[in-house]
Each structure stands twice: as structure tokens, then as C-alpha cells.
Design a protein around this ligand. Structure first.
Ligand code: G4P
Length: 304
């Protein structure tokens, strides 16, 4: 079984995004700071470059991410033309208050009463787009439907400082070119997975944590990381926590869920699953387990 993305939705989203991009001066791309590149959609980048729109990349949920990894990503993205990268927690109003000035600096020819700065917020599901929008507006607005094909009246929301937010479906489905991106997104809850896959996602997460944060694993679960592999981490959690099935076998499903929850909630500590350099190394070396290496035929749900 493999983690899929949906080409039909992607096509509809691309069309809408291309149309919307014409009407804005700047794009805010929201990324998950724990998995910035895995949570980016290359389509956003290609569309905005084609239209020469500057971009504010927000590495959101930085409260959960490893500060050293976040610094490396800020440097990486900051070196790209027409890009400003910033790490925020959109749950913190003081962090979000920095956003308007960063946007105005990227489009200095706009931001007057006559020529307001028009911006749109884009990103894959669950990265925090609605949280950001609500914080910018200082109120709750209805969540943009998670369905890019649904036609929606475009709203113009005034943020003050002569900035207008075009509330258009900026939702992009993740484009999972690499199996490790699918696993990282599933671990970070950007895409949902069933219980069978959850164990594989947890084993993958366990493996990454062994490589990158063994001390955090040892501290949380009292396990000895030396010589362990990813599934070993999950099994050790089951043993340490006394998760047992009726017959006495280890309840690996419960342990997998626990590991994922602890990572997602930040209970394990501040963790980033990738840095610019670890990503290059992982893509070059990853060999998927047999169950992930043999993808099911993809259902054709193209809605073109
Ligand atoms: P989306 O519009 O891009 O789909 O994402 P949304 O704003 O709905 O945020 C998805 C989840 O991420 C929400 O959690 C939200 O609270 C959380 N979130 C957003 N920004 C941050 C951040 O900076 N730090 C942390 N730690 N979490 C953040 P949820 O559990 O689905 O809902 P909620 O009950 O927490 O609101």
C-alpha cells in the first residue's frame, strides 16, 4: 500500500491558483516548519515564478520544530530570489503581527490607498492557513473548503495598512513525488492514513528519530536506542508502556499511535524531520519497505 496524491484535484487546484495568482501581488506560502520541503507544493513555486510574484514563506508551527533545523531552512529559502522566509507560530498573535510589514517590504510598489497590496495564502492541508488568516483578521472566518473543485465566491478581506487578503481557495494537495515525503506528511498529520499504514508511518518516524533525536526517544520512553530499528522503537514503546493485546502480544497499533501523537503534540520535544542536507541524503538513500515499494494502481479520479 502507498500514500497517494490526487491528480484530479491537483488539476482543478492548479487552474484556480493560476487564475487567482493573476489578481494578487504577493503569495504567502504556509509550510510546516517540521517538514518544510515535504509540505511544499512545487506547483505553487512554479506558478508564482511564472507570474513573477514575490513570496513570503512562513515556516509555521515553529513552536514544535527544532530551532537549529529551522535556522537552516530559513537560510535555504532566504537565498531564493523574491523570497522572504520567516519562522512563526500562527497560534501566537505577536508572531502574526510581524506578517504585514514583511509583505509590504516584498512588494514596495503596493500598499497605498490607491494601490493596496493584494495577497493570497496558499499551502497544503493542515499547515495552518486558517489559523494564520484568523490571526491576521483578528477574528474567525469560515474555513475555506478543503475541496478545491468547489466554486466559491471570492472574498476580499481588509487587513489594514492597505493590505487586502484575497480569500480564495489556496489549498493545494501535497504532491508526493518521494515516498519519504508521504511518510513525513502522514507523521505530521498533513495527510490522513489508515491504521495499517499508521504502523508503517510510526516505524518510519521511529527510524528517523533514532537517527536524529535518540536522546529524546530515550528520555520519553526509557528505551535504549543503540542497535534498534524503527519497528523496534514501536515495539519497545509497547513493552515499556505495557500495551498488550488479549493474547499477551504487544499492541503495536496502540504503540504506533502513541509515538505519532507524542511527535505531533510536541510531547517528545521540538523535532524537525528534515533539514536541507538531511533531505538530500534521505532521498538518495531511502529504500522503501516491500509494502510501500509496491503501490496499488492509482484510482482515476480526475475531474477534468
Ligand atoms: P489549514 O487551514 O492549513 O488546513 O490548517 P489549520 O489552520 O486548520 O491548522 C491545522 C492545525 O494546526 C490546527 O490544529 C491548528 O490549531 C494547528 N496549528 C496552526 N498553527 C499552529 C502553530 O503555529 N503551532 C501549533 N502547535 N499548531 C498550529 P487542530 O488540532 O486541527 O485544531 P485546533 O483545535 O488546535 O484548532
Amino acid at each position: 500500500m502507498s500514500i497517494q496524491w490526487f491528480p484530479g484535484h491537483m488539476n482543478a487546484a492548479r487552474r484556480q491558483a493560476a487564475e487567482s495568482m493573476e489578481k494578487v501581488d504577493l503569495v504567502i506560502e504556509v509550510l510546516d516548519a517540521r517538514v518544510p520541503q515535504a509540505s511544499s507544493n512545487p506547483m505553487i513555486e512554479s506558478l508564482r515564478r511564472a507570474r513573477q510574484r514575490p513570496c513570503l514563506k512562513i515556516l509555521n508551527k515553529s513552536d514544535l520544530a527544532d530551532p537549529a533545523a529551522t535556522r537552516a531552512w530559513l537560510q535555504h529559502y532566504g537565498a531564493q530570489p523574491q523570497v522572504t522566509a520567516v519562522a512563526l507560530s500562527c497560534r501566537k498573535p505577536a508572531d502574526v503581527a510581524k506578517v504585514p510589514a514583511l509583505c509590504l517590504a516584498l512588494a514596495p510598489h503596493r500598499g497605498t490607498a490607491l494601490k493596496p497590496l493584494r495577497l493570497m495564502i496558499m499551502g497544503i492541508p493542515n499547515v495552518g492557513k486558517s489559523t494564520l488568516m484568523n490571526a491576521l483578521l483578528k477574528k474567525r472566518v469560515a474555513k475555506v473548503g478543503d475541496e478545491p473543485a468547489v466554486t466559491k465566491t471570492q472574498q476580499r478581506l481588509f487587513l489594514g495598512n492597505n493590505i487586502v487578503l484575497i480569500d480564495t481557495p489556496g489549498l493545494m494537495w501535497p504532491k508526493i513525488e518521494h515516498p519519504t515525503d508521504g511518510l513525513m506528511l502522514a507523521a505530521s498529520h498533513a495527510i490522513g492514513v489508515n491504521a495499517i499504514i499508521e504502523e508503517e508511518v510510526a516505524a518510519f518516524l521511529g527510524e528517523l528519530l533514532l537517527q536524529r533525536y535518540p536522546a529524546l526517544l530515550a528520555a520519553r520512553y526509557g528505551l535504549q536506542p543503540e542497535g534498534m530499528d524503527g519497528i523496534g522503537v514501536v515495539e519497545a514503546i509497547a513493552t515499556r508502556r505495557g500495551f498488550r493485546l488479549r493474547g499477551g502480544d504487544a499492541d503495536v497499533e496502540k504503540a504506533a499511535h502513541t509515538l505519532l501523537q507524542d511527535y505531533r503534540s510536541g510531547a517528545l520535544g521540538r523535532i524537525s524531520l528534515e533539514t536541507p542536507s538531511s533531505r538530500v541524503a534521505l532521498l538518495a538513500s531511502y529504500v522503501p519497505p516491500p509494502s510501500l515499494a509496491d503501490p496499488q494502481p492509482q484510482e482515476d479520479i480526475d475531474d477534468e
